[in-house]
Design a protein around this ligand. Structure first.
Ligand code: SF4
Length: 332
């Protein structure tokens, strides 16, 4: 499948990406292959926020790490602003500046001994960007950009709130002027009010700095709030993607529908009664044949257990990989 075409130049291109690991059993013996990401295509444009959603074990974090160049693809490629992700070479060095991570728990990603100023300045020091005076000026600029002040610059993480720590982590990620941010559950450890503040900050940054943002989350409310497009992952594959409004208004894949129905059930203001999916997400070590969702799918047909569905286009931006949904397009 290929991603819905963004309106502005493509910043991130993921093409046919698969990431597999050997699973080691007793005495280090090989016990199988983990199919963490399988044949994923995805684009993110400059100034665009694309949400990657799915349950734990869907492969979204592995995909994010491959985009950052922290994992070597088994197949396929990742290109950020024309640079190919890899572990060595000039492109890999460039990628370390072009694509920056923001993680869920800023407390564990910040060095507890370092004051804020040093944390934000460190990527500039490590990569030799600018003169010492320019680095100091950049730190002041970043503090202001993320809503902190000089008064925060000499404090250590333990004396900051969760939201302030996440602002520091975002400032450090922005320091080398990246083009792409991979944000992995960046607000899930924060309370609702602070979540909204950080989401608004991320939204402002992508506009002001023309950043592309790959936003990994399990929270559809967050997707609704911030993402231009959404890609739904199940067992290593993207099963549906498109403009957030289009996908949420008319999900075509049964898994997307189940996620949205579960979200509606969690909100007492709405009255949808969701069908519960049987079982858990299967192991990526031995994924089911055909459509990997078929053991849990409420509308599966015989073909589903043997033939993997290709993506079908359903609207201006929407695509989904489902045999039954594809039939509806021919009937419409
Ligand atoms: Fe369900 Fe079949 Fe569609 Fe997979 S392809 S989501 S099993 S109907």
């Amino acid at each position: 499948m290929s991603a819905a075409a963004p309106a502005t130049p493509t910043l991130l291109q993921v093409r046919g990406l698969s990431v597999r690991f050997p699973l080691r059993g007793a005495l280090g013996r090989r016990a199988g292959i983990v199919h963490a990401v399988e044949d994923v295509d995805l684009d993110v444009a400059a100034g665009e926020i694309v949400a990657l959603v799915g349950e734990s074990g869907s492969g979204k974090t592995t995909l994010g790490r491959a985009v950052l160049g922290l994992l070597e693809p088994t197949e396929g490629e990742v290109i950020v602003a024309g640079r190919r992700a890899g572990s060595t070479g000039e492109d890999a060095r460039a990628l370390r500046r072009l694509a920056q991570p923001v993680f869920q728990d800023p407390y564990s990603s910040l060095d507890p001994r370092w004051p804020v100023r040093r944390t934000i300045r460190e990527p500039l020091d490590a990569q030799g960007i600018g003169t010492p005076a320019e680095r100091d000026a950049r730190v002041r600029e970043l503090l202001e950009q993320v809503g902190l002040t000089e008064a925060h610059a000499d404090r250590r993480p333990a004396s900051l709130s969760g939201g302030q720590r996440q602002r520091v982590a975002i400032a450090a990620a922005l320091a080398p002027r990246p083009r792409l941010i991979v944000a992995d559950e960046p607000v899930s450890a924060l309370d609702m009010l602070v979540q909204a503040q950080i989401l608004n900050l991320v939204d402002d940054l992508r506009r002001d700095a023309e950043l592309g943002i790959l936003f990994i989350t399990h929270d559809l409310g967050v997707v609704r709030h911030i993402a231009d497009r959404v890609a739904v992952m199940y067992l290593g594959r993207i099963v549906e993607e498109g403009a957030t409004a289009e996908v949420f208004a008319g999900p075509r894949h049964p898994y997307t529908r189940a996620l949205l129905e579960a979200e509606a059930l969690a909100d007492p203001a709405r009255r949808l009664t969701p069908p519960r999916l049987p079982g858990e997400i299967p192991s990526p070590v031995d994924p089911p044949p055909g459509c990997a969702f078929h053991p849990r799918c409420p509308v599966a047909i015989e073909t589903c257990s043997s033939v993997r569905p290709e993506h079908t286009r359903f609207g201006p931006t929407q695509r989904a990989a489902c045999h039954v949904a594809a039939r509806t397009t021919t009937e419409e």
